[in-house]
Design a protein around this ligand. Sequence first.
Ligand code: FES
Length: 182
Amino acid sequence: MFQVSTLNKKQFNAAASETLLAAALRSDVLLEHSCKTGRCGACKVQVPVGSTIAVMDELGLTLREKLTGWVLTCARTALCDLQLSVEDLGGLRLHPAKTIPCRIQGLERLAPDVVLVRLRLPPQQDFRYHPGQYVDVIGPGGVRRSYSIANAPAPDQLIAFGKFLAEALPSFLITQVSMLGM
Ligand code: FES
């Protein structure tokens, strides 16, 4: 186990076999993140002390960022004790991820490549989220597309928008929505 510390002096242990983000979350240290797959860049940090190794492609970083020492906590494991150039998100607690059946109520094309999706949630569904979270719409064959949430929590409706995918969306009559992390 290696010891990892943040700028605001939070500390957690990270095994050589787990990503820095996974180790932080396991220890209730909430670091900013989203996709957990090295694509979005939300978890990028610098490592002023210590060294890490990438366990997956860091597609969320530009070449310039890579050359100037930025890494992704969801894609890196520790090689020794280290310090991250980031503060944790304090007392914020994420709502747990959940997958629920959902019906598409309407589609609206906002721009040539942007679509707004109205999703009807099941009655009594306790579906909560924080600003900045998004949903994955999972369609036939497991096709998954991410959409930004565009409305405040409401009892039965979720409004989201994202890139227009003509080949996928109109066939989604009944689909599933999966709530993911930040
Ligand atoms: S790149 Fe998306 S969470 Fe790490």
